[in-house]
Design a protein around this ligand. Structure first.
Ligand code: OAD
Length: 228
């Protein structure tokens, strides 16, 4: 019987596709000052700097390909009602074939009018001076520090109603995953896959340490067979 599966993904799921994670050795947080490149204040101060940072990241995303973990999650839709909640701004879940995705930190492949909020697809770079049809500057459709996450209520409900929750490739350092996880039902199957073991494993979750490209296909196979 089809069940509800919530899949929460963070930067670690895209690491084996060649995209840098935020935390840990060599991560984006070591290379960039996020108060400068990912805040409304940084944007007001230097739009070109912020746009260049995201243009570079968009180019990296366009070169990357989904890996076995993204593909396994997409295939799970054949057996269950899957909703992917992702902190990632890349489009690798879409390209792997997942249909039901909430990007709670936005999408790098979209721009947004700073005046009307209308969204547009981006095919190359966004430059200072690029405006919407009403003359407002375009910005990347991503959530910056200090801004509200997207789909808050919807995402919380998905976790609360899930029969199984898979958490993949996140250090659980940032909101909302670190609080959403606790909304899970007691009876739900709860699995947390990550390369590094966090200081604290959320209550009730089975932790599996390793690469998501190996562990996620294995767990998805179990979910499609007998685990639920
Ligand atoms: P992090 O970069 O904080 O954590 C990524 C996690 O992935 C780490 O704990 C790694 O151990 C793990 N990891 C690395 N490679 C892996 C692999 N091959 N398989 C499995 N796990 C692997 O990323 P997130 O928790 O997603 O927010 O946090 C990212 C958020 O922090 C971003 O969305 C951004 C930033 O603040 C905003 O920009 C608002």
């Amino acid at each position: 019987m089809r069940k509800k599966v919530a899949v929460l993904t963070g930067a670690g799921i895209s690491a084996e596709s060649g995209l840098l994670t935020f935390r840990g050795e060599g991560g984006l947080c070591e290379k960039y000052d996020f108060t400068v490149v990912a805040t409304p204040a940084g944007w007001e101060k230097d739009k070109k700097l912020v746009l260049d940072f995201y243009n570079m990241r968009r180019q990296e995303v366009m070169k990357a390909m989904p890996n076995a973990a993204h593909t396994a999650i997409a295939e799970l839709e054949k057996y269950h009602d899957v909703c992917v909640l992702t902190q990632n701004i890349d489009d690798l879940h879409e390209r792997a074939g997942s249909k039901n995705i909430l990007h709670i930190h936005g999408e790098i492949m979209k721009s947004r009018s700073t005046g009307t909020g209308k969204l547009y697809l981006v095919t190359s770079n966004i430059e200072a001076g690029d405006v919407c049809e009403n003359g407002y500057q375009l910005r990347p459709h991503v959530v910056w520090f200090g801004e509200e996450i997207l789909f808050h209520e919807e995402a919380k409900n998905v976790v609360q109603e899930a029969d199984a929750i898979l958490v993949i490739g996140t250090s659980l350092n940032v909101y909302p995953f670190n609080t959403f996880l606790k909304k899970a039902q007691h009876k739900a199957v709860k699995i947390y896959i990550n390369k590094d073991k966090p200081d604290k494993i959320p209550y009730g979750y089975q932790f599996l340490s390793g690469n998501s490209s190996e562990l996620v296909p294995m767990i998805c196979r179990k979910l499609s067979d007998d685990l639920l």
